[in-house]
Design a protein around this ligand. Structure first.
Ligand code: FE2
Length: 385
């Protein structure tokens, strides 16, 4: 019975739209202008744009190998109650599966507090990069975290983990803005069953580059992972596809002020490179006008020049050499073959990837907006400030 219950529960989670979930180092701003040489092979006279498509109004964005999924959560939650939930009637929402964006926000799979209660993953990584707001993580290995406001969590699901991702609301007066990207990065077959783990990168550990090379101006680039000219971000878990520099994985948030300009250098790695231009933006990319809500695929062997013609905004860049393996996805599991997916269900039914030691499926971690992480090793870490 228990096994059957678990199986049905998992299927319910999947049917509920789990796919749509997704849907120090150093902190100083580095101005590389003085110490780095302009690359000799910068070209500006030919476009690097391969294609452009409109992004869907809601839900996940298209991605290319080695990425599996990307979603931008951008919710303006109302004021909160003492229990960190929205201080407003939730009637009229499809609680448990609310992706409505009614009044500018959604509850997702949350019943009381917005977010994604307990759900499993196997075979890939989730990278959650938060610009604004907080996320409470709890998992089947006893680990937990509260992070946000510039932090990133990089979770290697590997062999399997259950976790919850809830969005506690702290302001009882004003609104509670939540703005983050969740990106799924595939694992190669030889790493799909590695031990699950997560790394926290606090805001002051994420490199931020401001460069005035190549005519750059009014730009700040968060190099979550990847290389920029002679700078190499140290961020990537050891089993990640991103940890091998020849895979040239880059996740950058390019922040441009009005009239900002930035040149993305070319690479010989053969990486796929895509820009996600947020709704409301107005850009010029290699001389071509690009409106907001667009995904622009680039030829990474050519450099790309971005100019911001509109208000202050940001662009997400995802880049990486493809893994080039078969991808079989079923809900929260991403493997190479159908039989491996069946194995994942079998294993999940049997072990629940470590079970669930939390009292409820949607735990939050106290009423103070204090960041922490209790890692899978049991070690507790906090940001320095
Ligand atoms: Fe998740």
């Amino acid at each position: 019975m228990k096994s059957e219950y678990q199986r049905r529960r998992l299927l319910k989670i999947i049917a509920g739209g789990i796919l749509s979930i997704m849907g120090g180092l150093f902190s100083a701003t580095n101005n590389l202008a003085k110490s780095k040489q302009t690359r000799k092979n910068m070209k500006t006279n030919e476009t690097s744009i391969l294609s452009k498509i409109n992004l869907p109004e809601t839900g996940p964005w298209p991605t290319e190998d080695p990425f599996l999924f990307c979603v931008h959560h951008n919710d303006d939650y109302p004021a909160a109650k003492d229990d960190l939930s929205p201080n407003i009637l939730l009637s009229g929402r499809n609680l448990g599966n609310d992706f409505s964006n009614k009044d500018g926000w959604s509850m997702y799979h949350g019943q009381k507090i917005p977010g994604f209660p307990r759900h499993p993953h196997r075979g890939f990584e989730t990278l959650t990069v938060v610009s604004k707001g907080f996320i409470d993580h709890a998992d089947s290995l006893g680990a937990s975290a509260r992070y946000g406001d510039g932090d990133a969590q990089w979770l290697t699901a590997g062999d399997g983990i259950n976790h919850s991702e809830m969005f506690p609301l702290f302001s009882q007066n004003g609104n509670n803005k939540l703005d983050f990207f969740q990106i799924w990065l595939n694992l190669p077959s030889y790493n799909k069953r590695v031990e699950p783990n997560f790394e926290m990168y606090w805001e002051d550990e994420i490199p931020k580059i401001s460069s005035n090379l190549n005519g750059n101006k009014n730009v700040l680039v968060e190099i979550i992972t990847g290389d920029y000219l002679d700078f190499s971000s140290p961020i990537a878990p050891k089993n990640s596809w991103a940890s091998d520099k020849k895979n040239d994985v880059a996740v950058w948030i390019i922040r441009l002020d009005r009239n900002g300009k930035f040149a993305i250098p070319d690479t010989k790695s053969g990486a796929k490179r895509n820009l996600y231009v947020l709704k409301g933006s107005n850009m010029e990319i290699d001389g071509q006008n690009i409106s907001g809500g667009s995904m622009v695929s680039l030829d990474s062997s050519k450099n790309t020049v971005i100019k911001n013609l509109g208000r202050k905004t940001k662009i997400l860049m995802l880049q990486g050499v493809p893994i080039n393996e078969p991808v079989v996805k079923y809900g929260p599991f991403v493997m190479n073959t159908r039989s491996e997916i069946e194995q994942a269900f079998y294993d999940y039914n049997r072990t629940e990837f470590g079970g669930w030691k939390w009292g409820n499926s949607d735990p939050v971690h106290g009423t103070e907006p204090e960041k922490f992480a209790k890692l899978i090793s049991g070690k507790i870490i906090k940001p320095r400030k």
